[in-house]
Design a binder for this molecule. Structure first.
Ligand code: FAD
Length: 497
């Protein structure tokens, strides 16, 4: 409520925010968890909470009047459509050289992501977070995160026989015929539920193509893992449709946080002020970076250092499709949850996931999301003329990522006698190089903060989300974001409270 005083306020309810809220509450601290998106706990007119990927509506996008689908075309035809402006679940946030996709709502990115829950290979960890003790991470915090998130691998026998992973078996065969290491990708999807979907015993989610705009069943998003535990403590107030706009030192100590309450059209209906002893920035890499850059520029938090806004990367995301021969179908029923990966990181700087194209028809296509060792890092800065935070990423910086992905797919195409699809991202465009699902960095650990996320210059302010990670995790990022948050909050609770 307006004028309230709280011991701890957490901005954002994704992985970092949920870890902070749960562990603080368990330590006896009352927490206000503030989220700009909706609660996603009430069915829409069709009786479902979330819209299907094949039939986007107002629930699908954050304050857009037209969809911006990551795969924009099919067989050359544009597939975007007009929708009503609404505080929907997926934000396609446009910066000059890149569109950054992010989840909006209580649960953050866990609401929209594929649930691929990958712990990086230990030999790569030093390059991911060079100042963090890897023995502690692999001995304590990665296991803690995997357990709390409900990570599990597919039953390998079921994988071999189920119709819905034919596309992944084709992906594996092509990878292995070209000599690439194949790996199973663990996920937070409930695999027992998916088997029941395949048996026709329960309502379908992964097998109905649900993913980008939310899963109505089966996926263990934060709504099914951390958030029920947070509620059970009785110590956390969750405030959906509240956006934090400023944080500044309060005269009597602590920080005054300004919140704008939003309606579902995105308009501000009330402005509130809350005073908090401690504030945790967990608004995601982009959200946290935008807030901190603006607060430093406006003088609200003048002692933030020159590292704020720096070290941002796209985790090297790049997408492509391959056209298979007519005798090599990938199946008309495709689980929306990927479970197959091609690990060419050591040799070629690319980890490619065999992704579905859940169109409901046979496409004879293999589709991939590659994570690559892209060397470029961008910076957020304040544009005073335009009154907004900008990011100086350039589309041309994806060149290295494309070359790394080609180290896999050129070879597979040569071996199989196949070609790239050119109809998925426009006409005659092979590479999906205009986007990322994996924003990382902007308030890097050990630079903008100390080695546990304490912001330099303003005691009592912390960063605890993907903004801490300097641009790349070599695999999908949320397990690392969760494990790092578990490590940092344990230290903060032990020493700062
Ligand atoms: P987020 O989860 O982004 O949470 C930040 C929250 O803060 C959001 O809910 C946001 O609405 C809120 N917020 C922002 N600004 C404010 C503000 N000013 N006031 C109040 N609230 C605010 N990763 C994987 O590991 N595996 C996958 O399979 C995978 N698939 C993905 C698929 C898609 C389509 C997308 C978009 C992402 C995917 N990711 C995946 C990435 C993963 O979801 C993110 O890395 C992760 O969610 C980031 O966690 P976070 O805690 O840093 O922030």
């Amino acid at each position: 409520a307006d004028g309230a005083q709280v011991p701890a306020l957490v901005i954002g309810s994704g992985y970092g925010g949920c870890v902070a809220a749960l562990r603080l509450a368990e330590a006896g601290v009352d927490v206000q968890l503030v989220e700009m998106g909706m609660a996603w706990d009430t069915p829409g007119a069709d009786g479902e909470i979330f819209a299907n990927t094949t039939d986007p509506d107002q629930r699908s996008y954050w304050l857009r009047t037209r969809t911006k689908q990551p795969i924009s075309n099919f067989l050359g035809f544009p597939i975007d459509r007009d929708i009503a402006r609404y505080t929907g679940i997926l934000d396609a946030e446009d910066f000059s050289g890149i569109t950054v996709y992010q989840g909006r709502g209580v649960g953050g990115g866990s609401l929209v992501n594929g649930g691929m829950a990958v712990t990086p290979r230990r030999e790569n960890f030093g390059a991911i977070l060079p100042t963090v003790n890897s023995a502690e991470m692999y001995g304590t915090y990665y296991p803690r995160a995997n357990t709390a998130l409900g990570v599990a691998a597919i039953d390998p026998d079921w994988f071999e026989t189920t119709e819905c992973y034919q596309y992944a078996r084709v992906g594996r065969r092509h990878a292995q015929r070209s000599g690439f290491p194949f790996v199973f990708v663990p996920d937070v999807y409930d695999w027992a539920y998916m088997k029941q979907e395949a048996a026709g015993a329960v309502p379908k989610s992964a097998l109905a193509g649900e993913i980008l705009y939310g899963n109505n069943h089966g996926k263990k998003s934060l709504q099914k893992t951390y958030l029920p535990r947070i509620r059970a403590t009785g110590k956390v107030t969750v405030s959906p449709l509240h956006k934090v706009t400023t944080v500044r030192p309060a005269s009597g100590g602590g920080y005054t946080v300004t919140l704008e309450q939003l309606d579902t059209g995105g308009a501000t209906t009330a402005t509130k002020e809350v005073t908090a002893d401690r504030v945790f920035f967990a608004a995601g890499s982009v959200g946290t970076s935008k807030l901190l850059v603006a607060l430093r520029a406006s003088g609200a938090l003048p002692r933030l250092n020159e590292e704020i806004g720096k070290g941002w990367g796209d985790n090297g995301n790049v997408m492509c499709g391959r056209a298979n021969h007519l005798w090599d179908p990938t199946g008309s029923l495709q689980s929306s949850i990927p479970t197959a990966g091609i690990d060419n990181w050591a040799a070629g700087g690319a980890f490619a996931e065999v992704a579905p194209l859940p169109t409901g028809i046979e496409t004879f296509a293999s589709f991939y999301l590659s994570i690559t060792r892209n060397p470029h890092r961008a910076e957020f800065s304040w544009n005073s003329g335009a009154g907004r935070v900008e990011l100086n990423w350039q589309t041309a910086w994806k060149r290295e990522s494309i070359d790394m992905a080609k180290s896999i797919f050129d070879k597979i195409n040569a071996k199989e006698g196949t070609i790239y699809r050119t109809d998925l991202f426009g006409t005659y465009k092979i590479w999906g190089d205009h986007l990322t699902y994996h924003p990382l960095g902007g308030a890097v650990l050990g630079k903008a903060t100390d080695n546990y996320g304490r912001l330099h210059g303003h005691p009592g302010l912390y960063v605890i989300d993907g903004a801490l990670i300097p641009g790349n995790t070599s695999v999908n990022p949320f397990v690392t974001i969760t494990a790092l948050a578990e490590r940092n909050i344990e230290k903060i609770i032990a020493t700062d409270l």
